[in-house]
Write a protein that binds this ligand. Structure first.
Ligand code: ADP
Ligand code: MG
Length: 379
């Protein structure tokens, strides 16, 4: 028998069981929205993106209000879903918790913290992931660098008091940054020159891989794993058709650039809207160019990577963001030639262009309301 478990996919409605319909109707009632859905209605909405659903159900409403309402429905439906998921859901949560406890450098008890404190640590899984991070670092010419931690800390993007460090401070910190200060030998990882390991650019994608593996081991053949900006797709939809993944508009994350049709892969986006702060009218985002220690200014405002492996997809989205358009396409060629790894890209430039690689020509459907110029890259 085919088993499947479906997680909420950002922007896409994926399930249409009776408890889910009830959940939506409860939210409508609670919010005084004059609408109740039947199971048939729900089936008709399947496969549409969140904004499409919102405008189909509440045509007269303002965009933000109707999307908030549908968002709330999506959150409410997770409750019966967890119940339906039975023993699997706790297992997925446990997988994520275990990884977090190992990889989070802000958690003093994590393995990465032990490494950053002691300069060396032994852990097979961490060594393997660090090795991937290092490989991607080298392939990207240092655009991806898992030793940017001291620079990240100086900016304090996620803290209470984010600030712009001085050039002197940054150049002093950059003396402790560099791939050559990180080494992996068997299961042992070591740092030199006061370097610190930060797997923030790869950990979420790796967690996606881990969850996908757990689900597959339990015979799940169809699932969406949404870890916020990183979407893992296991198989296709239960009816055999491809998933639809909405790609956010970096200028307004409540809107979409377009919809990607895909199965059995990862879709990971790095964009400037994710995290950051503003000072004196300048916006500072959290993807650092390791050469300057400052937020990357590569002409790109968002990069979406489609790649079969979650960890690679995640790190590559960060690397491409730093590299810019030409560098990203060159890296894509290098990966195909040296690693036999095929990736597809959606690049959004700061002058309003959306360029996507040839492999997505049939799979990426630009949004009609978009203000961008869409172009397929013939390569
Ligand atoms: P998101 O947090 O939006 O998923 P990314 O996947 O692009 O973002 O990763 C950003 C994180 O990666 C940062 O919070 C930081 O920990 C780390 N990071 C920032 N710049 C780099 C870089 N050039 N190379 C490697 N890691 C980076
Ligand atoms: Mg990333």
């Amino acid at each position: 028998m085919k088993k499947y478990l479906l997680f909420d996919l950002d922007g896409t409605l994926w399930d249409a069981s009776i408890p889910i319909v009830q959940c939506w109707n409860d939210v409508f009632r609670r919010k005084g929205a004059d609408k109740q859905l039947s199971l048939d209605d729900m089936h008709r909405l399947m496969g549409k993106t969140l904004p499409e659903i919102a405008s189909a159900l509440f045509p007269g409403w303002p965009d933000a209000a109707r999307q908030n309402l549908i968002q709330e429905c999506c959150e409410a439906e997770l409750v019966p879903l967890k119940r339906q998921g039975g023993t699997l859901y706790p297992l997925v949560e446990e997988t994520l918790r275990t990884l977090d406890a190992k990889l989070d450098r802000h958690d003093e008890t994590s393995t990465v913290s032990a490494l950053n404190r002691d300069g060396t640590v032994e852990d097979a899984e961490l060594a393997q992931l660090t090795d991937i991070a290092q490989t991607i670092g080298a392939l990207s010419g240092g655009a991806f660098d898992p030793t940017v931690a001291p620079v990240m800390d100086a900016w304090d993007f996620t803290g209470d008091a984010p600030r712009v460090p001085s050039d002197e401070e940054l150049s002093a910190l950059l003396a402790h940054v560099g791939l050559e200060k990180l080494s992996v030998d068997g299961n042992t990882i070591a740092l030199s020159d006061g370097a610190q390991l930060d797997l923030g650019g790869i950990a979420k994608g790796y967690a996606g891989d881990a969850v996908r593996t757990v689900l597959a081991e339990f015979g799940v053949t169809s699932a969406v794993i949404d870890l916020g900006g990183d979407v893992g797709l296991l198989g296709a939809k239960p009816d055999g058709s491809d998933w639809r993944v909405a790609v956010k508009d970096p200028a307004d994350p409540s809107k979409f650039l377009g919809v990607l049709t895909a199965a059995d892969t990862f879709v990971v986006t790095s964009g400037i809207y994710e995290r950051g702060f503003e000072e004196n009218g300048v916006r500072y985002h959290h993807i650092i160019d390791p050469k300057t220690g400052k937020p990357a200014e590569s002409g790109l405002v968002s990069v979406t990577v489609v790649c079969g492996d979650g960890a690679w997809a995640d790190a590559l989205s960060t690397a491409c963001f730093v590299l810019g358009e030409a560098g990203s396409l060159a890296l894509r060629d290098t990966l195909a030639a040296e690693k036999n790894l095929r990736i597809e890209l959606i690049l959004v430039t700061d002058d309003g262009h959306v360029r996507y690689t040839a492999g997505l020509a049939e799979r990426f459907e630009p949004s009609e309301e978009g203000t961008y110029v869409y172009e397929a890259i013939i390569a």
